[in-house]
Design a protein around this ligand. Structure first.
Ligand code: F6P
Length: 319
């Protein structure tokens, strides 16, 4: 392998830059040239690429976002777009690709592998932590830390006014951010898309709520009820409540990555290069039991489940 292409795709997540730095460094040590495609699959289609140098990337390894920019490419969903991407790879003599992104990114690579047989390696980068084949995705830890920091602040004012606060956190169809940020801030109720019982726990607690203390609900954006509906259901039971809704939205995606995400990015970036050197293809680097390992894209794109231990915690604290 002489020339690797790298890109970030889907929602940006803290730790992506650390992974890019590690890829550049490890490739340099192994005498491999690296080019970065801009704006995910869009750059691949348009041939928009920049050279990668580790001494430049080390300056931004501590920063959130992605220096390569990112996008959710509609054009790559079409065969026409993928054919153009193939031409770009041939024209630039790229013999391997590393992609950092979420499940949509890996679905894209699977489709691309039908017309392009160079090796692809994936690195899971999304704040949602909703990817099979890894316990943690890049950016999840940072996003949870940001959510916690903000929820702690909301609690101060909620307690001062004896208010109910509904805080909506990100996670698309995944409740991981909600569970982690809710449990660690002492939320009274946590609502996630994967659970059918969590709303019942909330209603039971609201029935006994006396308006004489704060009450914190953390709801995942993907929950079927959503913050507004939860608020109106609470008011149906207790019309006297003083209630506010806060949405943390994209604040959770930004900011410098946590130590955990920086280190995860560095470990996964190096592992991606090593996997290519070992002849691996169409696999994602993941981490379980603090060990890096590889999972095929076919496995990765399967539905990701919240693990049972987290459900049990949700039940215990819901009582
Ligand atoms: O996948 C990451 C994520 O931040 C989700 O949590 C959220 O639903 C989505 O991206 C938001 O996407 P956009 O930035 O395109 O609004």
């Amino acid at each position: 392998i002489k020339h690797i292409g790298v890109f970030t795709s889907g929602g940006d997540s803290p730790g992506m830059n650390a992974a890019l730095y590690a890829i550049a460094k490890s490739a340099e040590v192994n005498d491999i040239k690296v080019s970065g495609f801009l704006k995910g699959y869009e750059g691949l289609i348009d041939g928009d690429l920049i050279p990668f140098k580790s001494h430049e990337l080390k300056k931004i390894t501590q920063k959130g976002g992605t220096i390569l920019k990112t996008a959710r490419s509609k054009r790559f969903l079409e065969l026409e777009g993928r054919k153009k991407a193939l031409q770009t790879l041939k024209a630039n003599k790229i013999d391997a690709l590393i992609a950092i992104g979420g499940d949509g990114t890996f679905r894209g690579l699977l489709a691309f592998s039908e017309i392009c047989d160079i090796p692809f390696i994936g690195i899971p980068g999304t704040i949602d932590n909703d990817i099979s084949g890894t316990d943690y995705t890049l950016g999840f830890d940072s996003a949870v830390n940001t959510a916690i920091e903000n929820i702690d602040k909301i609690k101060d004012t909620a307690e001062s006014h004896n208010r109910i606060f509904i805080v909506e956190v990100m996670g698309r169809d995944s409740g991981y951010i909600a569970i982690h940020s809710g449990l660690t801030t002492g939320a009274d109720a946590i609502l996630i898309p994967e659970s059918g019982k969590d709303f019942i726990y909330l209603l039971n607690k609201v029935k006994n709520y006396n308006n004489e203390e704060a009450f914190l609900v953390v709801v995942s954006e993907g929950d079927e009820l959503g913050a507004e509906l939860v608020a109106s259901k609470i008011k149906e039971i207790n019309s006297d409540v003083d209630l506010r809704i806060t949405r943390l939205v994209h604040v959770q995606r930004g900011g410098n990555p946590s130590a955990f995400d920086r280190m995860l990015g560095i470990r996964m970036g190096v592992a991606a290069i090593e996997s290519l050197l070992q002849g691996k293809k169409n696999v994602m680097v993941g981490i379980s039991h603090n060990q890096l390992h590889l999972t095929s894209f076919k496995e990765v794109v399967k539905q990701h489940q919240v693990n049972n231990e987290l459900y049990e915690l949700l039940e215990l604290f819901g009582k």
